[in-house]
Unconditional design. Structure first.
Length: 285
């Protein structure tokens, strides 16, 4: 199923673009900029692991930073093969419940709200980049709505936190900052890919579309690490604003390769039992 969906999505993208030009762009990429992109991508994952560990501590799971990072990379590896971009989250829940004899529902709440906080930051940063982009010029009627969402998104997130996840209120501010740092690090990673492929014009447009297409990698039910979904989204959005879709597809493919290479660390990761606090906090929803 994954092969069919991924292949179909990539086929639809490649037949509408210049395959030769896409691969020529990739082959000519500056390796030093790509190394910087790889560095900032993994910085984002380090911050991500710290944020997730903060949620674990709230529910009574005391893990070392190294253990949490290993768990995160293992989840990244499984994300390549499990449905959508969230399959690895289910594996994290399974490992923690198995190794630490924790209540699965509490672990689920921590992992789920960690994911939600990341998506909120992703949307927030996307709205920032969309304002000076060509989309704002071509679709001015939607600009006021974008500003409303921009202003309201974190107050709404805080309200949801208070209504459904009161246990995480104490870490709302710090985890929101960490979520933003995660997304900024990934934007910097994408920026260095654009520099590597000598795409120096319309940087804001490419980065805004990159963030929006990242959301698309979470939505498909079956795809290898979101491969195909990001490229399809980037291609259509760039064509809509009359920019070079080949560069956008090349950016997406290179970013996928960087994330896949980074996730290979999960193969080398061996998760052993790490002692946590004796009991998880009771009374959590």
């Amino acid at each position: 199923m994954q092969l069919i969906v991924t292949s179909a999505a990539l086929y639809l993208v490649l037949i509408k673009n210049d395959i030769g030009k896409i691969f020529a762009i990739i082959q000519s990429a500056n390796p030093w900029y790509l190394l910087l992109s790889l560095l900032f991508f993994n910085i984002s994952k380090l911050i991500n692991a710290v944020r997730l560990n903060r949620f674990f501590k709230v529910i009574g799971i005391e893990l070392s930073t190294i253990y949490s990072l290993k768990l995160y990379y293992l989840g990244m590896f499984y994300n390549l093969f499990l449905p959508g971009g969230i399959g690895g989250d289910g594996y994290k829940i399974y490992i923690l419940q198995k190794n630490h004899d924790m209540k699965m529902i509490n672990v689920f709440h921590a992992v789920f709200w960690d994911r939600v906080s990341g998506i909120i930051a992703l949307i927030f940063l996307s709205l920032i980049l969309l304002q000076p982009s060509n989309f704002a010029l071509q679709l001015p009627q939607f600009v006021p709505y974008a500003w409303i969402l921009f202003i309201a998104i974190y107050p709404l997130a805080l309200l949801l936190n208070k209504l459904f996840y009161k246990q995480f209120i104490g870490v709302f501010t710090i985890t929101s900052i960490e979520s933003m740092l995660v997304q900024v690090s990934q934007v910097i990673s994408a920026f260095f890919i654009l520099k590597a492929i000598s795409q120096n014009a319309h940087i804001v447009d490419y980065l805004a579309i990159f963030l929006i297409s990242t959301v698309a990698t979470i939505l498909p039910a079956f795809a290898f690490g979101g491969l195909g979904a990001r490229e399809w989204t980037s291609s259509h959005m760039l064509n809509y604003i009359h920019l070079d879709a080949n560069a956008g597809v090349a950016l997406s493919l290179i970013f996928f390769v960087i994330s896949a290479i980074s996730s290979l660390a999960g193969i080398l990761t061996q998760i052993h039992h790490e002692k946590s606090v004796p009991e998880i906090q009771e009374g959590l929803p």
